[in-house]
Design a protein around this ligand. Structure first.
Ligand SMILES: NC(=O)c1ccc[n+]([C@@H]2O[C@H](COP(=O)([O-])OP(=O)(O)OC[C@H]3O[C@@H](n4cnc5c(N)ncnc54)[C@H](OP(=O)(O)O)[C@@H]3O)[C@@H](O)[C@H]2O)c1
Length: 324
């Protein structure tokens, strides 16, 4: 099995620095892909109820546990409190319990508030829309009250750690001023074109670990935008000349350079791939090191381009806690 590296969390636990992302993969794909990911050596898996694959992941994990090839304690599983409808204090525990049932687990290692915004849903969980097609937001979101419930989940042993995703400095600070348990992790979009130095510095000073989502630029967002009728040109991070040149210097792939650059900064990454060769490639980035000048070249590419800006849910930007 390939080498594991970890980030130490502020609660004394550790999280494998490379995780396996599972967004935009169908249940069928996930079945094969998670199995392959475990074979390749991933021990950290990132999911969420809105990815509609927790059941499939649960089936794969159960098979591995019963084969004796892996123990629960070998894995770091993250799932999230979904913003559509469930990020209300009275729904927090119920929602995690549903995820645990689907994942066939007694606990997760990390439970994140998926976003700081709440959307109104119907009884089947589908978004409700205004006549003009925009989603109906629920402006009553109370992040501190939700966080109190998240803390209760740790006390009940349903999750080992709690954290947040897509939060701003102000929102994190509000949690920090009103918490008993500090967030262990902030999960945000992070790559060469979106570096958010103030947010990263803030987390460092507050001892909150950062996980980079969409580290390769998330091609899946293009599909969602198209479905929502949103026209948006997205950058191809794998086709940036500097990245290509550095990849050539090290005889590595462009993806490996993009991921190594993040990990070398002490930030965790959760690339998604359903292709076994690329899964292997993304996990194996510890046999080379980027030189200081190469790190600088990549740092200088920051362009404040956010790929996952939720444009595929027109209307969410009206929520008072909209973070972008
Ligand atoms: N908290 C949040 O709000 C949030 C938001 C977005 C994502 N996430 C999490 O972060 C994970 C990763 O982000 P993401 O899925 O948006 O995007 P990503 O990992 O940046 O990119 C995934 C895309 O890159 C391709 N790819 C993967 N490895 C490659 C390689 N070595 N060479 C070339 N192409 C490669 C994949 O295609 P193939 O599958 O065909 O290889 C897929 O199309 C998600 O899966 C999810 O778990 C969280």
């Amino acid at each position: 099995m390939s080498e594991q590296k970890y980030l130490n969390l502020n609660n004394g636990l550790r999280m494998p620095i490379i995780g396996y992302g599972t967004w935009m993969a169908s249940e069928e794909e996930i079945n094969t892909a998670v199995n392959e990911a475990l074979k390749v050596g991933y021990r950290h898996i990132d999911t969420a109820p809105v990815y509609l694959n927790e059941k499939a992941i649960g089936n794969v994990l159960t098979k591995w546990f019963s084969s004796g090839k892996i123990k629960r304690s070998d894995l770091f599983i993250t799932t999230k409190l979904p913003s559509p409808g469930a990020d209300r204090p009275d729904l927090v525990e119920l929602t995690l319990r549903k995820s645990l049932a689907d994942l066939q687990l007694d606990y997760v290692d990390l439970y994140l508030i998926h976003t700081p915004i709440t959307v109104v849903v119907d009884e089947k969980g589908a978004f409700k829309h205004h006549e003009d097609g925009t989603v109906i937001v629920d402006p009553s979101t109370d992040l501190v009250a939700i966080w109190k419930e998240m803390e209760g989940l740790v006390a009940k042993g349903l999750t080992k750690s709690i954290g947040i995703s897509n939060f701003t400095i102000k929102q994190i600070d509000r949690i920090l001023q009103n918490c008993t348990i500090k967030p262990a992790v902030l999960q945000i979009e992070y790559h060469i074109y979106l570096q958010q130095p103030e947010l990263i510095e803030f987390c460092k000073s507050a001892n909150i670990a950062v996980t980079a989502y969409s580290p390769l630029g998330s091609k899946g967002v293009g599909t969602l935008n198209k479905r929502a009728g949103v026209e948006r040109e997205l950058p191809d991070l794998l086709d940036v000349p500097v990245v290509k040149e550095i990849a050539q210097n090290h005889s590595k792939s462009e993806a490996q350079v993009l991921l190594r650059w993040i990990v070398q900064k002490g930030i965790s990454v959760i690339p998604k791939s359903t292709n076994p060769k690329r899964m292997y490639e993304n996990k194996n980035i510890f046999d080379f090191k980027l030189r200081a000048e190469e790190m600088e070249q990549l740092n200088s590419l920051d362009a404040n381009i956010r790929v996952v800006n939720f444009s595929f849910f027109p209307g969410v930007e009206k929520h008072p806690e909209f973070p972008f």
